[in-house]
Design a binder for this molecule. Structure first.
Ligand code: MG
Length: 383
């Protein structure tokens, strides 16, 4: 074994030894939530396999339009020349994709016609044209290929993409809709670990929620209405009040079907207004110009890293701001998203922190800031 390889492995094992007691516990619970590993029937130089993995939320999660305790997911592996790339599909119900649909799509994927993962553009074009939609499954393949390429090059993915890991932003941490007692408790738990908090609004009790948080901390806040407001003047009044409370931006204030009203609101808003539910992929961006100040890119909507980068470039060319967000996901998909974070105005990457059964150590939050692992690919260590 070469010295460099030895040191690398030593570092990995050392890290694993430090966290061993927690790992043993999480491994026990993780095993119970894994479905059977499915090997793709199309096997070539690249070996694709995947398994269902249900994400368990630490707290019941409530926003303006739904409440839930788990998120269906699928973990994807692509193996090539002794390296294994990790990817992931997360399917929160509001996105409209199911576990069965995701598994059926992955069964169709035939990588045997491609000589290597370095043909990533060809591969992802092929995957994208297999079927309409299925964006989480497509993201899983995209993320696994990016991880794999980094590992084959023995470089972190951010280096291969040319992004500066010292320029990662702080991530917000989300406080879901809840009773004042629970909101107080959650705020106390996270106020000294993060530099900005994200608050779900867009329902009757949201002013109380902001006031409850303000009793505890003066941290900057951002808010997400999740399409909760349907009266533009009421929404504008709300945004002025939120600004007076130290809120810095607002995400998806109105339903995605109310684009004209949203454009009016954006023109009058004293805070930047970002699109989330209104934007899925690159093709959605032209119609949003003028209706929002910025867009929230999520890999599970964008089909992964490749199209997320295209969306960032398009938004910048149109003078729009960019934030990067996530679903509830393990550290596989969250680390892939965090890799792009040096280029964004705002990051909301707490999905791995909101689940109780993460499978990996990847990106971490240090003094509120996203910190990328200095390891090849996504730098994931399996727990
Ligand atoms: Mg949102």
């Amino acid at each position: 074994m070469q010295r460099r390889e030895f040191l690398k492995r030593g570092a990995l094992y050392g890290a694993a030894a430090v966290v061993a007691p927690q790992l043993l516990m999480s491994c026990a619970s993780n095993t119970a939530q894994r479905g059977d590993v499915i090997q793709s029937k199309h096997q070539g130089k690249m070996k694709l396999s995947f398994f269902p993995y249900e994400l368990k939320l630490r707290h019941t999660f409530t926003v303006a339009t739904y409440t839930r305790t788990t998120t269906p997911g699928v973990q994807v592996r692509i193996e090539y020349e002794g390296k294994v790339g990790h990817g992931e599909a997360s399917m929160p119900p509001y996105l409209g994709y199911t576990l069965d649909g995701t598994l059926a799509f992955l069964q169709k994927v035939d990588l045997s016609e491609f000589a290597s993962p370095f043909l990533i553009e060809d591969i992802l074009d092929y995957v994208d044209h297999l079927e309409e939609g299925q964006t989480p499954a497509k993201a899983a393949i995209d993320i696994a290929l990016h991880d794999l390429i980094g590992q084959l090059c023995d470089r972190p993915l951010y280096e291969i993409l040319g992004y500066n890991p010292d320029k990662t932003p702080s991530t917000s941490f989300t406080i879901g809709i809840d009773t004042p007692e629970v909101v107080r408790k959650k705020t106390l738990e996270c106020a000294d670990k993060f530099n900005v908090l994200k608050v779900k609004v867009g329902y009757d009790g949201d002013e109380q929620m902001i006031k409850t948080i303000r009793e505890i901390t003066q941290l900057p806040l951002v808010v997400d209405a999740n399409q909760g407001w349907t009266d533009r003047q009421m929404a504008l009044d709300k945004i002025y009040w939120l600004k007076s409370q130290g809120v810095q931006m607002i995400e998806q204030p109105m339903p995605k079907t109310m684009l004209d009203d949203t454009a009016w609101l954006t023109q009058h808003s004293p805070l930047p207004v970002y699109a989330d539910e209104s934007v899925q992929r690159l093709k959605d961006l032209p119609k949003l110009k003028g209706a929002f100040h910025g867009i929230n890119i999520k890999l599970m909507k964008s089909t992964g890293v490749r199209e997320a980068v295209r969306m960032m470039n398009y938004a910048r060319a149109e003078g729009m701001r960019v934030m990067i967000g996530c679903m509830t996901e393990t550290s596989a998909a969250v680390t892939a998203a965090a890799t792009l974070s040096p280029l964004v105005d705002f990051a909301d990457l707490d999905g791995n922190l909101l689940i109780a059964n993460d499978l990996y150590e990847g990106v971490t939050v240090v003094k509120g800031r996203l910190t990328l692992p200095n390891r090849p690919g996504l730098g994931l260590i399996e727990l």
